[in-house]
Design a protein around this ligand. Structure first.
Ligand SMILES: [Zn+2]
Length: 337
């Protein structure tokens, strides 16, 4: 009998804030605030999306914005974070790095600094209550001005001893250049944060290269398109740059048509470290353990290989030594059973 992947200890390194919301919570909060949700968010099925063209990406962003608009009070933030941690615990995650652009929540929470502090406090509480180690990646938005990203990088650096471990860059990779954000990333890196921009999702291998060359990324959000370039894969493998690969997201957004086409095997065989992630389970319909299940089902990953994927997620994380050792030992136990 196959081992249960939800019992495999792992780290979750690619999960967006609003995107982590439980569908039932979205319905409840929308009702509470009288927010009208489009049918795509109420049908109980993940919406059909296709982000490979501008219109599809715009639709995805619009749904995301509507979902975010139900998060209005510190209590809503606390609930979202607690539930994200509970879901992760259920999926075997012992370490969760949640990604947030606090700018989007600031208007309703009294400004950027209060928003940041409410989020960090929620993360600390949820982590204590659920036992899942948690940290925050502050993500800038590449469709906004690079100066905004610098402001966020400075803000993120201020909170390194309160749970911020990394700095990201999200939204449409086809907009703007990675190097427009080099100063923001320099601030983040010099402040001790790991650089984890999105790349190699909607844009090809070149966008992953830009993350390495221009932003000195130590991890890449998605990065799957690196599979199109063997030399780039060799570079990622040699430098130990972890790609936060989100297979269900890739299929939901039309980066690949079918789960079998997500190049998990290509990346794995090339030695590129990966950390499977759920990205936006609210919109894509599946959470963390399902990504490991997909690797097993669609790509024939053996239990030994799944355990290696889990180890890679732990090694690529910013988890403290004690958490890492505990998770790595748990992975061995999972295999040993
Ligand atoms: Zn993402």
């Amino acid at each position: 009998m196959a081992r249960d992947v939800s019992l495999l200890p792992k780290a979750h390194l690619h999960l967006h804030f609003t995107g982590s919301m439980r569908p039932a919570t979205l319905l409840e909060l929308a009702d509470k605030y009288g927010v009208h949700l489009p049918e795509a968010l109420t049908s109980g099925e993940p919406p059909s999306l296709r982000a490979t063209d501008e219109r599809g990406w715009f639709r995805f962003q619009r749904l995301y914005d509507i979902a975010r608009s139900v998060l209005r009070s510190p209590d809503d933030i606390r609930r979202l974070v607690r539930e994200a941690a509970e879901e992760d615990a259920r999926d075997g995650s012992g370490w969760l790095e949640i990604q947030v652009d606090p700018t989007s929540y600031a208007p309703r929470l009294g400004g950027l600094i209060p928003a940041m502090e409410i989020i960090l406090d929620a993360v600390e509480t949820a982590s204590r209550d659920t036992g899942v180690g948690m940290a925050v990646l502050v993500a800038a938005n590449r469709t906004k001005h690079p100066l905004d990203a610098r402001t966020l990088a400075r803000l993120a650096v201020r909170y390194t001893d309160q749970g911020v471990v990394g700095f990201g860059l999200s939204n449409d990779e086809r907009r703007g250049l990675a190097r427009d954000f080099d100063r923001a990333f320099a601030i983040a890196r010099e402040g001790g944060l790991l650089a984890a921009p999105h790349g190699g999702e909607l844009a090809g291998a070149g966008s992953v290269r830009d993350c390495l060359d221009d932003l000195h990324a130590s991890r890449v959000g998605h990065g799957v398109r690196a599979a199109e370039d063997p030399r780039l894969m060799a570079r990622l493998a040699e430098r130990g740059v972890t790609c936060e690969v989100c297979p269900s997201s890739n299929v939901a957004l039309g980066v690949y048509d079918r789960p079998e086409q997500v190049p998990l095997r290509t990346l794995f065989d090339a030695g590129v470290p990966m950390a499977l992630g759920a990205d936006d389970p609210l919109l894509f319909g599946s959470r963390l353990a399902a990504q490991y299940e997909l690797a097993r089902r669609a790509h024939g990953f053996t239990d030994e290989e799944l355990a290696e994927l889990a180890r890679q997620s732990v090694r690529g994380s910013a988890a403290p030594e004690g958490v890492r050792n505990k998770l790595l030992a748990g992975i061995d136990d999972w295999l040993g059973d």
